[in-house]
Design a protein around this ligand. Structure first.
Ligand code: SF4
Length: 160
């Protein structure tokens, strides 16, 4: 997998202070996409074991407490990204279990393959669906267009 950008301290993509990873690769080609440069799978930089460890260490860093990890892109559930994203999330769940995981994807929850669902099983909150420009609304929270849905999947996410 490649990634475009890693923000070790981010207060925009999800609630609280977070680590955010923007992966490379997206096949949805939404009109009005805010991040077209991330579409090619080979854009950005290789996502290495070192990078994965850096993310876990940042999540565990008590000097700047992070609430969790956000994954966006690109599409973290692009078939070519699934294995790497799953490995990263398994590592976060096992070593930083108190941190919540938010994931943005252009696929809808209903259309996910079983491999994609395995990844989503590790996620607290999933924001799904393509960005549809005609349904765009700047007042929406955590999503760009009204067709997209914020799914609070885990018990702790549902409790807020
Ligand atoms: S899913 Fe997101 S990154 Fe992919 S084309 Fe749509 S808006 Fe852009």
């Amino acid at each position: 997998m490649n990634y475009h950008q890693y923000l070790p301290v981010d207060v925009v993509n999800g609630p609280g202070t977070r680590c955010t990873l923007f992966v490379s690769g997206c096949e949805h080609q939404c009109r009005g996409c805010y991040n077209k440069a991330t579409w090619p799978l080979n854009s950005g930089h290789p996502f290495t074991d070192l990078m994965q460890e850096q993310i876990v260490q940042d999540l565990l860093d008590s000097r700047i407490p992070r609430r969790g990890l956000s994954l966006s892109g690109g599409d973290p559930l692009h078939p070519a990204n699934i294995d790497s994203v799953k490995e990263l999330l398994q590592e976060v769940v096992s070593r930083a279990p108190s941190k919540d995981i938010w994931l943005w994807t252009g696929y809808t929850l209903a259309e996910l393959s079983s491999k994609q669902r395995d990844v989503v099983d590790l996620v607290d909150v999933l924001i799904d669906g393509k960005f549809i420009q005609d349904e765009a609304d700047p007042h929406l929270v955590w999503r760009g267009s009204a067709n997209q849905c914020v799914h609070f999947l885990s018990e702790r996410a549902r409790k807020g």
